[in-house]
Design a protein around this ligand. Sequence first.
Ligand code: ADP
Ligand code: MG
Length: 701
Amino acid sequence: MATDRNTAPEEALEALYGSDTFGIKTMEKYLSKSAFKKMMNTIRQGGKLDPGIADEVAQAMKVWALSKGATHYTHWFQPLSDATAEKHDSFVEPDGEGGMICEFTGKTLIQGEPDASSFPSGGIRATFEARGYTAWDPTSPAFIKRTAHTATLCIPTAFCSYTGEALDKKTPLLRSMKAVGTQAARVLKCFGITPSCVDSNLGAEQEYFLVDRDLYLKRPDLIETGRTLFGCLPPKHQQMEDHYFGSIKERVLEFMSSVDHALWALGVPAKTRHNEVAPAQFEIAPLFEASNVAVDHNVMIMDILQRQALKFNLVCLLHEKPYACVNGSGKHNNWSLSTPELGSLFSPGKTPHSNLVFLTFLASVIRAIDLHADLLRASISKAGNDHRLGAQEAPPAIISIFLGDQLTDIVEQIKAGGAKSSTSKTTMELGVDVLPALPKDTTDRNRTSPFAFTGNKFEFRAVGSSQTCAWPMAVLNTIEAETLDMIATKLEPVVGTPEFTSTVTELIKEMITKHDRIIFNGNGYSEEWLAEAERRGLPNLKDTPEALEVLSRPDTIALMEKYGVLSRAELLARKEVQIENYEKLIDIEAKTCLNMLRTIYMPAVNKQMASLCSTIASIKASGISAGLAAVTQQAESIGALCDELPGKVAALDAAISNGCPQRMKIAMQDARDTVDALEALVAADLWPVPTYAQMLNIHSK
Ligand code: ADP
Ligand code: MG
């Protein structure tokens, strides 16, 4: 790493970039020509890896990793939690003569067998057959994970049960990429385009909060649950709108810079950094990449954000809603399909022909999202995200597409034009006439839409900040594959015939006419939209338990099985894991809440009461009457709130014993209302935990 990080000249930055990854350049240097060619074929074209080169690749990886100071390697994977998993093995093997050699074979590279009995499997794998295995994903580069004094070679892998069922988030993503790539290529072929491959791309913008570590350590709720369970609104929060894109203060900028440098070393193309809407909220965005690589990189970003923060005595909060009073955090998933030759298939083109391709792909997304809005909603369900969706600040729980006025106008004309004339002429001319005038960055930015068209890609904004993008992207790819499959099936028989163009335009018109209820360009936070969406028959799945039901519906199972993304058993297991995860999270929150009430807030308020009572007693003893009424009134107000607490504590306790998440949520909110009211009355020096005002003011230190 360059020592003078912040002023590193271009060459130093170039040398830093990817220096801790076994990427293409490194491979070229360490592999024989033929092995390198085979690896590139797998990486670029998704071809099957030739097992014959595994030993050579392993050897090269070992030599490289050792040169980077690595002592251990690990198969790095993404189990069904939102975390990553790693079990380290050292390279050390005895040489039989009391010494050691460093060993790493092709077999160990390709496959690992972690004892995985404690990973969530949703009942797929009983513990007696606990063995799962990890399989190398050669399309995502291996990398070195560093701490101050350690270096570990991390090999991105998929994780399956012994019987071959996917137990991770990556496997269905890879399968969905293949499905959508295959179907998109079929459609392109109908238009006479033969791409070398079709990629599903992802650029994931990551929002996060920073909090001073000393304050964080005084908040058991943040430590245990990642969010504050109590805290009243400070006078100044985000109403001045002065944080968004504001000048980045020094402490934070130093942190961001260290994050960027750590990420660049890992070959993560960190690009954008800025202040977000809420105080103490920020964003980092890398450049887009193939979805599986982008998902790995996003997980690495989350890891680096958290680790680097500690170096600045900060804690990075990735929870969707750390503070009740200000905006929550999301992860905007910028998604597109592209070919190396054409770029994004969602780019309006310059010629009539390419515009027809564009309109076909645009219409396909409209259809796919409308058909599966509920499944897409289900793909982002998590306890933390429930606080965000529909909370007047984040995308609503109702999925709709924002197209912008111009494209909507085109869509309207296609509907009308096609209706007027059954010949394709009108519609075609429309495509020719209108689209070339389309400026590239057509969209009037609409921040309230969960799924927005933004020029040459779609931005799925409802993903939560702590979730991995793997599952939402797998769902998106799969539903898109289904519609592209339908399109290809309809077009293939007419390829080369005079009816081709009219068939395409009719199909576009039909898709748009049938599914345009999903298009909404207005304010997604408004009450009117709720009513309008209901009128249109769009699903509004309010919380995680309601949304997860979609996963076990026969049509969902059929869809996932048809495109080989998840089997019925795999899908049902995922639902199981997510329900369990939801229930556990709420249970942890409720228990933390109860604990804080009993051991932190009630004792603090008692102290305040005792102090007021002794003041009252001493005023009385002094014989003066002035001031007595004021102190008495203060004690009465606080006392009245104190009297609410035992009942609320008992209700929460009962809800926990009862095990009902919904009851726990209501009881927590109820108790919070009282504590927050007390916070506004109790002496600041007696208040036992840091306030919102203190925590949100990250720059004061
Ligand atoms: P915003 O203005 O929405 O905040 P950002 O610059 O923060 O935009 O992030 C935009 C993201 O979209 C980046 O990750 C960028 O690489 C990604 N992106 C740009 N073009 C495409 C594309 N064709 N496909 C997928 N992602 C893309
Ligand atoms: Mg952004």
